[in-house]
Design a protein around this ligand. Structure first.
Ligand SMILES: [Fe+2]
Length: 313
């Protein structure tokens, strides 16, 4: 690995950053931190509260999206299970969990700031995604700024416009309010309006804020890293979406303003602070999220259903 993570930077990227999807070259796929062995060790030490193990349907099948646990498998067995299943492991907050990855991601953000005037030093985090050859990530949008870094295998990434019908304020409000990103309606004809990338190791994608996207793995196990960042503007938009969503769902009031400064914004900030920890919201969030399987330690690649809790039913 050379000293720089981003390589062959094109100066036009600085003008396009945040406005258009950008494909950028990096060399993290050569780092020993992302070898199978290093990742197996990382998985074994990973705190439960920081990972999601998801079962998705293979392509062309009905939609499945369920949360699970590792069971008693070793790190290498978990990677084998991902090789053989339709699973998707998200090691969230790797920058918080492990100092070595934190330093790499910190360097990446410093390099972006060196290349993109005004990018600054936003609060950021990163996660490592390990996913099965036929796994997919359904159509969704994320509230923070996002980039995807390909380490191993290849995947097809579809990026959609940030305008209706692909993305509406109500979608963003529901994501901010309920914390669930995968409930957005999708139609197959949306693909005609997508920018599509066959994404390879050594490439990084960055897209405009909130751009809806979906991902299909191309028959190889995939290792990727997501980066995610929040600056003052993004933070204000999240607050606005949360409060507009709350006013709509709980009080039936459709807020017209999407301002992130001025009296209407500050009034919403007061509402958000008063209501963000309410019982209604925590019940609604629990209803939308549950853990309902674990990996089978007798048959690698299979899963075992966990009994439904009353709350999750
Ligand atoms: Fe995403």
């Amino acid at each position: 690995m050379t000293d720089q993570i981003l390589v062959d930077w094109d100066d036009n990227n600085a003008l396009l950053w945040g406005h258009q999807p950008l494909l950028i070259n990096h060399n993290l796929h050569r780092s020993p931190l992302f070898s199978r062995q290093a990742l197996a060790e990382l998985i074994e030490a990973y705190p439960r509260e920081h990972y999601n193990l998801i079962q998705t349907g293979p392509r062309e099948t009905r939609r499945v999206w369920r949360e699970g646990d590792f069971g008693g498998l070793s790190g290498l067995q978990i990677i084998d299970a991902i090789d053989n299943g339709t699973l998707w492991l998200n090691l969230r907050n790797v920058t918080k969990v492990d100092r070595r990855y934190r330093e790499v991601v910190q360097q990446l953000f410093s390099e972006i700031n060196g290349h993109v005037p005004g990018f600054g030093a936003p609060e950021h985090t990163a996660g490592i995604l390990i996913s099965s050859p036929k796994a997919q990530v359904y159509y969704h949008a994320d509230l923070p700024g996002q980039g995807l870094i390909q380490i191993m295998g290849s995947k097809r990434v579809y990026l959609y416009p940030t305008t209706p019908p692909f993305l509406t304020p109500e979608h963003l409000e529901d994501i901010a309010l309920f914390g669930v990103e995968v409930d957005m309606p999708f139609e197959s004809w949306y693909d005609r309006h997508a920018q599509v990338y066959d994404f390879k190791p050594g490439q990084m994608l960055h897209w405009p804020l909130n751009a809806p996207h979906r991902v299909e793995n191309l028959d190889t196990v995939n290792i990727s890293m997501t980066i995610s960042y929040t600056d003052e503007q993004i933070r204000r938009l999240q607050m606005l979406n949360f409060t507009n969503g709350l006013l709509r769902h709980k009080f039936g009031y459709r807020a017209k303003s999407r301002a992130i400064s001025g009296p209407s914004y500050f009034a919403k900030r007061v509402i958000q602070r008063a209501l963000r920890n309410g019982a209604w919201l925590s019940k609604e969030r629990t209803r939308r999220q549950s853990v309902d399987f674990k990996l089978d330690d007798t048959k690698i690649g299979s899963i075992v259903d966990l009994p439904k809790t009353a709350d999750a039913a």
